[in-house]
Design a protein around this ligand. Structure first.
Ligand code: PAF
Length: 284
């Protein structure tokens, strides 16, 4: 596995592969890799060769009150995991490479960014889209893979690619879970053993809504009520939002046909977690 932090080295490496007629796969990450990230590598590999992974904890997508300074980092471990999974190029830029002094231009996300995560974290999606746009320009991938756990992010990135006419296939990969259902997240490392037990409430609440939907419930308010009622059984979980929404613009719905997304965010102790399910699809 080759590794670089230099944009010029990355570009030259990509140019040589493209000149040889190869499809470039890309997995952008903020590091502290887990199996969810590595499945994105597998998916990229199925669709392209070579595969580039980036690791960059993007300051632009964290509010001053958020966890940028303590966001978990372990580059030696990430390097070993990425190499073992077959990443061909690891791009690890510094903040100075990504945002040199005077770098002021930002991507303005569409309306879907005003809701849910976007409402809870003002400026977050502008930060995400800006860094992803920059990474797309540096890597110029044919295919880029994102996790479904961040479903609103994936939706906004797909919309940006469509709206800005980038010839990039955006692939959204199902969430990877622990055997007890907890969605893998780099932030799970913040949880104490007790909080981790409480955090299971997120997936259990989504599973209860899935069961209600499978039994015929289609009223969004009733499905939301099921999620809330299940979460009440986990007193360590404080719900931030419960969204029953359509997948395109993430707009709330009154009725929930197949494909409807139920997304939620909650605090468990001082850790903010998100999870979601897509009704009528395999849980993931
Ligand atoms: O999902 C993430 O890890 C980040 O938001 C991303 C897409 C790598 C942009 O910083």
């Amino acid at each position: 596995m080759k590794e670089t932090g230099e944009a010029t080295v990355l570009r030259e490496w990509v140019r040589a592969h493209r000149a040889a007629g190869r499809r470039i796969g890309f997995v952008p990450t903020m590091g502290f890799l887990h199996e969810g990230h590595l499945r994105l590598v597998d998916e990229a590999r199925r669709r392209a060769d070579p595969v580039v992974m980036s690791i960059f904890v993007n300051p632009l997508q964290f509010a001053p009150t958020e966890d940028l300074a303590r966001y978990p980092r372990d580059l030696p471990r990430d390097r070993a995991l990425a190499a073992a999974r077959g990443v061909d190029l690891l791009f690890v830029p510094s903040a100075a490479v990504m945002y040199p002094p005077g770098s002021e231009t930002r991507v303005v996300p569409g309306e879907a960014a005003t809701r849910w995560e976007g409402a809870a974290r003002p400026g977050h999606f502008a930060g995400v889209l800006t860094v992803v746009a920059k990474l797309f320009n540096l890597v110029s991938p044919d295919v880029a893979c994102f996790g479904r756990k961040d479903i609103q992010q994936a939706t906004l990135i797909a919309a940006m690619v469509r709206d800005l006419d980038w010839p990039i296939e955006v692939v959204v990969v199902p969430t990877v879970r622990e055997t007890d259902g907890l969605a893998l997240s780099s932030r799970n490392v913040y949880l104490s053993a007790e909080e981790r037990g409480q955090a299971l409430g997120l997936n259990r609440a989504l599973a209860a809504a899935r069961d209600a939907w499978a039994a015929g419930e289609r009223r969004a308010a009733a499905l939301e009520g099921t999620v809330r009622a299940t979460l009440r059984m986990y007193p360590g979980v404080a719900a931030d939002y419960i969204a029953v929404c359509e997948p395109g613009r993430m707009a709330p719905v009154a009725e929930a046909p197949a494909g409807t997304v139920i997304a939620l965010a909650a605090r468990v102790g001082s850790t903010r977690l998100i999870d979601n399910t897509v009704l009528g699809e395999e849980p993931g």
